[in-house]
Design a protein around this ligand. Sequence first.
Ligand code: SF4
Ligand code: SF4
Length: 113
Amino acid sequence: MLDGPSGAGVLHLPGRERVVPDSPVCRPDCGACCVAASISTPLPGMPDGKPAGVRCIHLQADYRCAIYGSPARPDCCARLRPAPDICGESREEALRLIASLELATLPRVSHSG
Ligand code: SF4
Ligand code: SF4
């Protein structure tokens, strides 16, 4: 789950015109983290949050957030900043990277027998 100190969820700034990982602006037509990342807090219409790999119902066809700027948008979405380890160099790479991070942070189940 992407919910650590570096932020989690998604950042959709208006005018995501640059494709520059490690910039404060998302690449256009991405929204990979709105699909690949899990969100543990409730969202409007998703009271149990969002599982990893499930497209957020607020991700629009143009890959912008329908509730951007709304107080109902989870804090984790507002806090997330694009970064190379999450965003990679393409939407496809971001989907892979975030899925890997999700797997790496899954709770461990201990088997005793
Ligand atoms: S994966 Fe990165 S570039 Fe793509 S929407 Fe999320 S934060 Fe923005
Ligand atoms: S609420 Fe908006 S920013 Fe957060 S995951 Fe959904 S579409 Fe993305």
